[in-house]
Design a protein. Structure first.
Length: 320
């Protein structure tokens, strides 16, 4: 009896050792295998949730058809090394609608692809219809369009019906806001709204250091050129003001001697009188010399004993 017990123990141990490294192969699929697996590998096609349900990675209660959940969840698509083509996450409309889009990688270029496009563009919009895109980045040119699918400039903002603005703002009153225009040497011109409440156009040069606002406008409408706190409607801080002007002459139509003549010189259209004078070709006295109105200079002249004309001169410019 003792020998039989030893034989039974030996046989039981043999089967235990033999099955420790065995692989379980399921040759029938009905009923379907059910359970929790630490690892599951397929060497061909794999189909999940084909008639309903959802797939969760890192979660037992997925909220979408596929949900990847975790503290730092990552969905990674890797293209084999040395293989031509693109790594793509494709979005396709069922039913042959012809709208196919995707987020992908080709070479070293990231892009959002739409088959309906003539070129690769990053597209943001309410649907997969390219014409409805609200923002487009052209990968080939680097141009960005907001409100247009064919930007012609580095940044083009367009609206077919509404007013359109580009807003640069800050939540801190002590900070400036602005836009910089910079060349390759580091020289910058930038319009900015200063923390002093004024609008400035500032020139900046890193070497030698220059950071000077050349034009300033305050909230009352005063403009300063070289003056950061203008106290007049136009306040020029130092330097000269040069403007173009023209001189207009006027003369009476006939000659006389020992007579009085009233004569006016009138500026050409669009110009305003900023000065003037009077005279006579035959001597005499000027009774008065003054602006006739905003665009003329008037004279009242006494012509001497020698026959001559009375003359008026107006200095005119595009300034009020």
């Amino acid at each position: 009896m003792k020998n039989k017990e030893l034989l039974f123990i030996f046989i039981l141990g043999f089967f235990s050792l033999s099955f420790a490294d065995e692989t379980l192969t399921i040759t029938t699929y009905y009923p379907s295998p059910y359970g929790v697996y630490n690892e599951l590998t397929t060497t061909s096609n794999a189909y999940l949730a084909t008639t309903g349900g959802r797939v969760g990675i890192g979660t037992t209660s997925p909220g979408a058809n596929l949900e990847v959940w975790g503290s730092s969840p990552t969905l990674k698509i890797t293209q084999n090394a040395g293989v031509a083509g693109s790594a793509l996450l494709m979005l396709t409309q069922a039913g042959g609608g012809g709208n196919t889009a995707g987020i992908g990688l080709r070479g070293r270029t990231n892009y959002i692809y739409n088959e309906a496009m003539d070129a690769y563009k990053i597209v943001f919009g309410p649907d997969l219809v390219f014409a409805n895109a609200k923002m487009v980045v052209d990968i080939n040119t680097g141009k960005v369009g907001i409100g247009t699918t064919s930007p012609g400039w580095g940044l083009q903002v367009h609206s077919a019906t509404n007013h359109q603005y580009v807003v640069v703002s800050t939540g801190t009153a002590s900070r400036d806001t602005g836009i910089q225009f910079q060349d390759s040497s580091g020289v910058v011109w930038y319009p900015r709204h200063g923390s002093d409440g004024k609008f400035h156009i500032t020139y900046y040069n890193p070497s030698p250091l220059v950071n000077t606002p050349y034009l300033s406008i305050d909230r009352t409408g005063n403009v300063g050129i070289g003056a950061t706190t203008p106290s007049e409607r136009l306040d020029v801080g130092g330097g000269n003001v040069k403007m173009g002007y023209e001189q207009i002459s006027g003369a009476d139509s006939d000659t006389c001697n020992n007579c009085w003549r009233y004569v006016t010189a009138t500026c050409s259209s669009g110009k305003y009188v900023i000065g003037g004078g009077c005279g006579s070709s035959a001597g005499g006295a000027v009774v008065y010399s003054k602006p006739g109105d905003n665009s003329s200079w008037s004279c009242y002249v006494n012509i001497g004993s020698t026959s001559g004309h009375a003359n008026a001169y107006a200095i005119c410019a595009n300034i009020r």
